[in-house]
Design a protein around this ligand. Sequence first.
Ligand SMILES: NC(=O)c1ccc[n+]([C@@H]2O[C@H](COP(=O)([O-])OP(=O)(O)OC[C@H]3O[C@@H](n4cnc5c(N)ncnc54)[C@H](O)[C@@H]3O)[C@@H](O)[C@H]2O)c1
Ligand SMILES: CC(C)[C@H](C(=O)O)[C@@H](O)C(=O)O
Ligand SMILES: [Mg+2]
Length: 364
Amino acid sequence: MTKKIAVLPGDGIGPEIVAEALKVLDCLKQDFGLEIETEQALIGGAAYDVKGTPLPEETLALAKAADSVLLGAVGGPKWEPLDYSVRPERGLLGIRAELELFANLRPAILYPQLVAASTLKPEVVSGLDIMIIRELTGGIYFGRPRGRRINENGEREGFNTLIYNESEIRRIAHVAFQIAQKRNRKLCSVDKANVLECTELWREIVVEVGCEYPDVELSHMYVDNASMQLVRAPKQFDVMLTDNMFGDILSDCAAMLTGSIGMLPSASLDKNGKGMYEPIHGSAPDIAGRSIANPIATVLSLAMLLRYSFGDAGSADRIEKAVITALDAGYRTADIYSEGMTKVGTAEMGDAIVSALRSSNHLS
Ligand SMILES: NC(=O)c1ccc[n+]([C@@H]2O[C@H](COP(=O)([O-])OP(=O)(O)OC[C@H]3O[C@@H](n4cnc5c(N)ncnc54)[C@H](O)[C@@H]3O)[C@@H](O)[C@H]2O)c1
Ligand SMILES: CC(C)[C@H](C(=O)O)[C@@H](O)C(=O)O
Ligand SMILES: [Mg+2]
């Protein structure tokens, strides 16, 4: 049966990078017979400009009705003067919450072709393959009360609430342990249990859930140390489990170990495995409209979509191999460029991936 993907390009570089992922999808449909239909809708700044809201009702309805969602990126200085409630990022947080996408999987893999682009020395980083599991619908991002007020001294105050209940921690911990079981049976839970009660509870629950997975070696690390260890000796990690805000920060940090933030895809899943897929980076306003953004994170997000939401590991593998072939051929967008390589723009990188995909069909 034909499956449907809701495509939400967003703003900034979002439409540029999503266009390349759609080229890859078209190739899979034409050359490999995939039966998938797509429908686009507005989100973020693009939606605000037309509809006055970053998450129009019809976008949410489409996302709910579709089998899966592919998203580009949202946000930028153009919308920063707006009230927080209608900023582009609100659209993204809103759709994550509405679809109950609590499990965010952010794999950080260093392709051998990009060792020179990593910020770390080859011997420290070669072979890097980490899976960061980030809780996505709770914690300080969503905790209440939140807001701004004038305090008793007449000063302005801003406040947010870091809150997790037991079941929220338990369900993301189960996801992390199950992923660890399929990988190298090593899980590091990252928290700030030495200071914050909320993450003290996090650690307690993770230990409890861990009793159900005796085959997984569980360790704990404070987030400040974890960020240092990530850039000192990242290969000590296999699966990392952490909360919403720490996961946001640690995944950007891990991205640079792989050469660029333009390389990291993500899957955000609900309890039934329905998901939304997006690169971990933002709308990159500094390079938007110049056709130089790296589309690989978005193309790899499409691969994750096919693997996790549609159970099509074959097509996902094909896309990942095509990315490797394009890198092998020396194509590099500016963010991953190193001497001797061929510098290309967003569309040329997409074309190189599509042509690698096509040739893999002729070879098979
Ligand atoms: N998922 C999302 O939609 C998402 C994620 C992060 C940030 N944002 C939003 O994006 C806006 C810009 O945020 P920011 O500048 O802090 O982070 P950003 O990730 O957009 O950009 C950070 C830096 O990385 C570069 N970069 C990002 N993606 C790239 C790509 N594919 N290829 C090459 N270079 C790339 C940018 O040019 C910039 O120099 C903000 O409004 C922020 O809230 C959105
Ligand atoms: C834009 C923002 C709301 C978002 C987040 O903090 O979750 C982004 O940084 C991400 O990593 O997906
Ligand atoms: Mg982020």
